[in-house]
Structures are given as C-alpha cells and as structure tokens.
Design a protein around this ligand. Structure first.
Ligand SMILES: Cc1cc2nc3c(=O)[nH]c(=O)nc-3n(C[C@H](O)[C@H](O)[C@H](O)COP(=O)(O)OP(=O)(O)OC[C@H]3O[C@@H](n4cnc5c(N)ncnc54)[C@H](O)[C@@H]3O)c2cc1C
Length: 450
C-alpha cells in the first residue's frame, strides 16, 4: 500500500485524489489544504457574490461524507517544507507526513503590490471564500467600490460587483483593459463597453496610496482637491477610504478590491531540490525533476505546444486535466498531457472576448484584423506559416470553439490561410475544410466559457 500525499485542496487536489482512489483502491490518500473551508472552487465566487448560489454552491463536492466514503483523508494545515530526499512534508502545525508519492497542487495566490494602505480595513483581494464574505459585507447597493486591476480575474469580478448595484471604478496600470490577454483594439473596445455600462475606467493609471478617509489629506491631495481632481465632490463621499491615483486624482471608496494578478504558491518549496521556474516545472507526465513528485494546476508549469515553451496557465480546465494526468501516473498508468494552451474566454459585463495562444503574434508571422466598431465586433488572427497560432476576438460568440480548435489543434490551413488573411470571418469554413481528420482535438462545438 502506497501513501499519496496531495498538497492543496482546490480543484486540482480533489480531482487528483478522486482519480487516484478510482485506480488505487487500497492506497492511502491524504489531502492537505490550508483554508478553513470545505474544498471549494474559486471560480464560483462571482456567482456567490451575485447571489445566484449560496456558499455551499461553491463546494467542489456536496455530499457530507463524500471524502470519508472515498477514504480520502483531509488535513487542515499548511505545508511549510518538503524534504524531497527524505520523502516527507512538514506542516505548520508541527506534524509531518511521510509519502511515497507527492502531488503539489497549491494553486496560486494574489500578488501584493507595494502600495501604502493595502492593509487598511476595507481593502481586500477577491481570491478566497473569506475574501468573498468581506466583499459581500461592504459591496452593498450604492457603495463606492474601486477595483485595482482590469486583468482576467478583475473583469470577471466586475460583473458580480455591478450586479450587486455598486458604483464601480476600475484602475488599470496598463494602457488598456486585460493588457496581458488583449491587443490595443480589443482592450480598448472592452474599456468603451464597460464605460457604457456605467463603470468608470482609469487606464494608464496607478494606485499610489490608499488612506483612511479620516486621516488628514497629504499636501498632494490638498492640491489635487483645490484643482478639482478629486472625484468625491462629484459623487458624494465614500465611507472609509481615499485612494490616491497617479496624476493627482483622488477617489473615495467604501471598498477597494486588489486584483493585480496572481503567482504560483510555491514559496515553501525553496531549497527542496524541486525545480521551479515561474511554477513547478513538470514533464509531459506532470512529474517534477524529482521522481515521484508531481505538480498540477495553477502552481504547475507545463509544456505549451503552441508556443513551444513551458507556461503556467492558471485556469480551471487546465488544473483539472493536469490533475487527472498526474494522478494516473501516480497510480502507475503512464499518461501524457496533450499540452496546455493559453485559452481565455472572458465575459465582461456581457461582452464576450477571447484570447488564444500567441495572440500577440510571432516574429516573421502574418496577421489579419477586422473591426466593426458599430457592431462591437473585432477579430485579430495571427499566423506562423499556414498555422493560426493565436487570436483575439471581441463579440464573436459563435466561433469561439472554432478559434480554440484551430489554435490548439495547430491545424495546417494550406490555401485557407490566404483566404483568412483576406477575410478573417471565414473561420468556420476554414475549420470545416481543414481541421477534420488533422486535429485530435474536436472542440468546434465547444462554445462554453472556457
Ligand atoms: C474570482 C475568481 C474567478 C475565477 N474564474 C475563473 C473562470 O471563470 N474560469 C477559469 O478557468 N478559472 C477561473 N478562476 C481561476 C481558477 O479558480 C483557478 O485556475 C483554479 O482554482 C486552480 O485550481 P488549483 O486547484 O490549481 O488551485 P486553487 O484553487 O488555488 O487551490 C489550491 C489550494 O491549495 C491551498 N494551498 C496553498 N498553499 C498551500 C500550502 N503550502 N499547504 C496547503 N495548502 C496550500 C490554497 O489555499 C488552496 O486552497 C477564477 C479565480 C477566481 C479567484
């Protein structure tokens, strides 16, 4: 009987534990998670904030005895160190766990920008259920909410906040919204759309400090106020916070949400001998450089066959697939990952945009772009040779699966490449003509949100 230890009780950890149980009925399986919650899905937090579900709806598995029935031991503790050679994990409660095989599935955690005032009451990340409870308490109808960051997670949260009836401002350091996923045209269209939906968007703007509104205003704030750069007079005052932006403007807020990006939660692996780049570096079986130690999910760095590089692709479908592959290998069934690709389908206040693969294009590649601003539609396709290696779209809900299929399947387009360069809207025809029989991936019908 082997002992499989899994660090992290998020989707990757739980899917891995269940897969292992299915294939290794006799083995011992322990899942270590550091949150004081039943295992849950962060993805469900926006639905909780909207009020579509209750907290229980975020739980990954609903049955009270689900884990006990599967003989999956849940340990609530934080892994503080891994002794790879000695096959032991040290926990922050002073205990240790010996393992035969280890899966690191600790996900990612929000980055903490060096901004004064980030510790003030009323400033929160939106990453955990605990964060969601704090946000729900302050984000009451009419409350002033300032969100730092308009990246992928930021855009998802906006939807929930708007539906709660708050007065929302978004501050993004980049020159457009979702700058790490969308080109200037797409990012600009998303920004315009948000503004028509009543969100105040500040791009190319930094939050310089967050202050308690009771604290005396600094000299810069006073000058800004005198120059009429403060927004408080225009919209009434927030209950507790004053946010200073670059350019001298100040915005009052009842709640500040920090959504400035995430990083793999792998600090505890320092000096463990497990190779980490951005995340835990894995091979095609999700194994690290140490035999018997695997990684999956937001903390893992896996091979992206489209870019030819290893990447961390922090989205749930990748976490689930990587966990399945890692667990099968841990169970003794040699299985390889088909690769990860940057796949992002975003719903920003009802506007659907996508970003797949090398959306910025590759050196020496070709590019086709089409924008119908009046209809709120935009397509940008990137080619290398006759393969579409990436794309951005705004407002094209009907072809999401096709775009994904062409990029992920690395479909050779032949003469269809030139047709797409002339008319990018011919995507479906190109897919039907070229993809069948070439790609193992058959996602043309898959238009779900990621
Ligand atoms: C608001 C929000 C909306 C999102 N929406 C989407 C979406 O629409 N689509 C999508 O694909 N993805 C979405 N995501 C991202 C998605 O939630 C993640 O990709 C997914 O949770 C990754 O799963 P994971 O198991 O790898 O990591 P996690 O879910 O982060 O789970 C890892 C667990 O390990 C724990 N842990 C960390 N360090 C330790 C340690 N040292 N010891 C023990 N435990 C530890 C963590 O606390 C956590 O509980 C969203 C995320 C958020 C926050």
């Amino acid at each position: 009987m082997k002992h499989h230890v899994i660090l992290g009780a998020g989707p990757a950890g739980i899917i891995a534990a269940e897969t292992l149980r299915k294939h290794r009925p006799q083995d011992r399986i322990t899942v270590v998670g550091d949150e004081r919650e039943a295992p849950y899905s962060r993805m469900a937090i926006p639905y909780l904030l909207i009020g579509n579900i209750e907290e229980k709806g975020t739980w990954l598995r609903k049955g009270a005895s689900h884990y006990a029935d599967l003989r999956i031991e849940l340990v609530q503790a934080r892994a503080s160190r891994v002794d790879a050679a000695g096959k032991q994990v040290l926990l922050d409660n002073g205990q240790s766990l010996d393992f035969d095989q280890l899966l690191i599935a600790t996900g990612s955690h929000p980055v903490r920008p060096p901004i004064p005032g980030l510790d003030l009451p009323g400033v929160h990340t939106c990453w955990t259920l605990e964060d969601a409870r704090a946000i729900a308490a302050r984000a009451q109808p009419g409350a002033k909410v300032l969100q730092m960051g308009a990246g992928f997670i930021g855009c998802i949260i906006m939807e929930a906040l708007k539906q709660r009836g708050v007065e929302l401002s978004v501050v993004e350091m980049g020159d457009r919204m979702v700058p790490r996923m969308m080109g200037p045209m797409a990012g600009g269209m998303i920004r315009d759309w948000c503004e028509t939906q009543g969100v105040k968007v500040y791009t190319s703007t930094k939050v310089e400090a967050i202050e308690s509104a009771d604290a005396p205003q600094g000299l810069v704030g006073k000058i800004a106020g005198a120059l009429g750069l403060g927004d408080s007079s225009a919209s009434g005052s927030g209950q507790g916070l004053r946010v200073r932006l670059s350019g001298g403007r100040t915005v009052e807020a009842d709640l500040v949400i920090s959504a400035t990006g995430v990083r793999p939660a792998i600090g505890f692996l320092k000096d463990s001998g497990i190779t980490c780049l951005q995340g835990v570096l894995t091979d095609e079986r999700m194994q690290s450089n140490v035999p018997g130690i695997y990684a999956a999910g937001d903390c893992a760095e896996a091979f992206d066959k489209v870019s030819g590089q290893t990447i961390v692709s922090a989205i749930q479908p990748n976490a689930a697939e990587q966990a399945r592959v890692a667990a099968l290998n841990m169970a003794g069934q040699a299985t390889t990952l088909r690769g990860v690709t940057q796949i992002n389908v975003l719903d920003t206040l009802g506007l659907i945009s996508t970003s797949f693969g090398n959306w910025q294009g590759v050196e020496g590649g070709q590019h086709a772009e089409l924008t119908d601003a009046a209809a709120g539609r935009h397509l940008s396709l990137q080619f290398q040779g006759d393969v579409m290696v990436g794309c951005n779209s705004v407002g094209w809900t009907d072809h999401v699966g096709v775009m994904r299929g062409l990029v992920e399947g690395q479909v050779r387009l032949g003469e269809w490449k030139d047709k797409l360069l002339q008319d990018p809207t011919q995507l479906m025809a190109a897919y039907l003509a070229c993809a069948q029989g070439q790609s193992e991936w058959s996602g043309a019908q898959d238009t779900r949100r990621r």
